[in-house]
Ligand binder design. Structure first.
Ligand code: ATP
Ligand code: MG
Length: 686
């Protein structure tokens, strides 16, 4: 389809209905119904004809087929989307029953690297595959598909030379540079399983992940750099490897060029070795169900687990969601500014875009470096069409005002995505109005490391948006809301419970690496016959899905079940409040009381009445039952390295159980200090 510019005035319909009145907040469903203020945006009407899924009817027809005629739906898509070396004999095997034996495209043979690189190098060798922008915006590289094939082959030959074979696991602890993508694709070419560890993890975290994954070889760089700050990757790796007896080879890439320790016999310079490698490397013929990679979840709820994904099912699912959710068309420039250390990077920087022959941006820096217009500079410079980030980044940027966005030409943007947590309507509107100039589609994508790709999401051209709702299920996804106590499905609309999925989808995780029992216990056994997400969810009157937060984030105040998210949502209605995290703590009268941790905008001056204002807003928005017991205003909140608030720690702090804080390994930069300060402040308050 040809690429057309947007024309005409944006046709947006907004329908607002008043929030439910507070007296009626006495059941779970009503409490949750207080969450969304129904506001409907019908965005891409003006350019519908260019969207893949151009109307709600089109979506519904395809969705219906994906459920009712699932085998044929997926067979057709698998045949037309992927290049098979040998066709599969059966579309799907296994089900959600608690053996976890789900499989897709049985007996099919393919190679993921062939699908992402070779076939595009054949038909469009000069097309740009990767645009790399370094931490310093002066540093950039563009890599064509032809060049990508050349480099991935060399990389694969190097790994082979170093002893890597099919099914070996390879640890990747790298900055956001092109070599990281080559490493992943080279593993895929050889049938080795990669395990990328986010390059912000400390030595003990890295060590645990390398041991758990049975890595024998690791790939790293001398140093990383982010926001001008050096991260001594090789030093951290050295520290971790002291206790990883299995690892005998450490490949090092020179990125910053500063001196590093060297262990003769174990360490090799990647860039030097690559120079001597042949740029042709035959591919391994892999089975659909061979594992492609494992990835440890961010750990906001406990010990990280190695989520393992398949080759064909995962690739197909990321390719398809990429195409439809971002409404990808040839020529588009896609910028997902996540790190490849997270699933978002795996699926929507690497596999989804490359499997579609797209141009993908690999961005090394952070949104504030050197100033809060960095993202918008990036979009303007490369004429980005789809931009994908997290709500936490949007909120951080909002604080700095609109002037950082306004002086950039963002006319190339068409679809703006978010992922990672529910987006509060204020941030959604800012993204829509200030960044998207009220003409771009916003896709609030709900999914998990475990799901491989998007599960609930708007589709440009078809699904109207409501700020804060991930809207509708993607093709082949059958969400079910269960009553958390009885485990019974809640039928119809206006229901609230736990979110599960009834039928397997191709991108579903296949196992927890080395611990299949954990897959069964965490995801399949809690509600037999369903995949359990761990997230609470409302299906509203229009059949739209709203994630209300993790199930263990529900707080029972005097017998009323409140979602922490709804109280947080009320708090951020205060004009000075930028972020809020609400947890329960033992209360002698109410059973559980509400402890609110709040951060304020930089330009807001906290005064004697601020806490009262915050408290009043919650009373007004939800009702007196939700009156916060404590409000602690703090400069920062403890977060994982992927930017998610760790409520488990806040719960301990609120309950004064500070000698048993548990696993702190996932805390981000400076997190220990944040936690320490919060403990002191909470003590003063209580
Ligand atoms: P861990 O599983 O180790 O605790 P994690 O759940 O944070 O870590 P991810 O797989 O990266 O690791 O995140 C998935 C979770 O993020 C979802 O279960 C959900 O709670 C939240 N989430 C992701 N996207 C959205 C979204 N668009 N809206 C609401 N919540 C979201
Ligand atoms: Mg999770």
């Amino acid at each position: 389809m040809p690429r057309t510019e947007h024309s005409g005035s944006p046709s947006v319909t907004r329908e607002r209905s008043p929030p439910p009145s507070i007296e009626h907040v006495d059941t779970i469903a009503q409490a949750a119904a207080a969450l969304p203020v129904d506001e409907v945006y019908n965005i891409s009407l003006q350019n519908k004809e260019r969207c893949h899924i151009y109307s709600m009817e089109c979506y519904e027809q395809m969705y219906h087929r994906s459920i009712k005629d699932s085998d044929n739906f997926w067979r057709d898509i698998a045949m037309s989307t992927l290049r098979w070396l040998h066709p599969f004999t059966k579309v799907q095997g296994g089900d959600m029953h608690p053996e976890g034996d789900v499989s897709w495209f049985i007996n099919g043979k393919l190679n993921v690297c062939d699908n992402c690189v070779d076939r595009w190098a054949e038909v469009a060798p000069e097309r740009i595959a990767i645009i790399w922008e370094g931490d310093d915006p002066q540093h950039t590289q563009t890599i064509t598909y032809k060049a990508l094939l050349n480099r991935v082959c060399k990389f694969a030959n190097m790994l082979k030379r170093l002893g890597v074979r099919r099914y070996d696991t390879v640890g990747i602890y790298m900055p956001m540079i092109p070599e990281t993508i080559y490493a992943m694709l080279a593993c895929a070419r050889l049938g080795a399983i990669h395990s990328v560890v986010f390059a912000g993890f400390s030595a003990p975290n890295l060590r645990d992940r390398l041991i758990d994954a049975h890595c024998k070889i690791v790939i790293t760089a001398d140093q990383g750099i982010r926001g001008g700050k050096i991260i001594p990757l090789k030093n951290i790796m050295d520290e971790a490897l002291k206790e990883c007896p299995l690892v005998d080879t450490c490949v090092v890439f020179q990125h910053q060029g500063q001196a590093i320790n060297w262990i003769e016999g174990r360490d090799v310079w990647g860039h030097e070795m690559l120079d001597g490698m042949r740029p042709y490397c035959p591919l391994e013929i892999m089975d659909s169900e061979d594992l492609l990679f494992m990835l440890y979840t961010s750990g906001s709820t406990g010990k990280p687990k190695g989520i393992a994904h398949s080759s064909a099912g995962y690739l197909l699912y990321t390719a398809l969601t990429f195409k439809y959710v971002f409404d990808f068309h040839p020529g588009d420039i896609h910028a997902c500014v996540a790190d490849v250390g997270w699933i978002t990077g795996h699926s929507y920087i690497v596999y989804g875009p490359l499997c579609n022959g797209a141009t993908t941006v690999v961005f090394e820096s952070v949104p504030m470096h050197p100033n809060p217009s960095r993202y918008w500079q990036l979009c303007e410079r490369w004429r980005v069409s789809q931009f994908y980030t997290a709500p936490t980044a949007i909120r951080a940027l909002m604080i700095h005002g609109t002037e950082w966005v306004e002086n950039h030409d963002l006319s190339s943007l068409r679809v703006l995505g978010t992922v990672g947590e529910p987006i509060n309507p204020e941030a959604w509107r800012w993204y829509y109005e200030v960044v998207g100039k009220s003409r771009c589609d916003i896709v609030d994508t709900y999914w998990q490391t475990e799901t491989g790709g998007h599960m609930l999401t708007p589709l440009p051209g078809a699904i109207k948006c409501k700020p804060g709702s991930a809207t509708r299920p993607f093709f082949g996804v059958e969400p079910v809301i269960l009553d958390s106590k009885t485990g019974k499905p809640l039928h119809g609309n206006n229901v609230n419970g736990v979110l599960c999925f009834r039928r397997p989808w191709p991108g579903m995780m296949r196992t927890v690496y080395g611990d299949h029992e954990r897959l069964l216990n965490v995801y399949l056994r809690p509600y037999p016959g369903y995949y359990f997400t761990g997230d609470g969810c409302v299906r509203d009157k229009d059949g739209y899905y709203w994630i209300t937060g993790r199930v263990d984030d529900t707080i029972n105040v005097s017998g009323h079940r409140l979602g922490s998210a709804e109280v947080e949502h009320a708090l951020v209605q205060h004009k000075g409040c930028s972020e809020a995290a609400v947890v329960g703590y033992p209360h002698s009268v109410k059973g559980t009381g509400l402890f609110c941790f709040v951060t304020m905008n930089g330009d807001y001056e906290v005064h004697a009445g601020t806490t009262k204002e915050l408290r009043d807003i919650v009373r007004k928005e939800i009702g007196p039952i939700a009156t916060p017991d404590y409000i602690l205003i703090t400069p920062t909140l403890p977060k994982t390295r992927s930017g998610k608030i760790i409520r488990r720690l806040l719960r301990k702090i609120a309950a004064s159980e500070t000698d048993s804080l548990g696993d702190l390994s996932t805390l981000g930069e400076g997190g220990d200090q944040v936690v320490h300060t919060l403990i002191q402040e909470a003590k003063k308050l209580t």
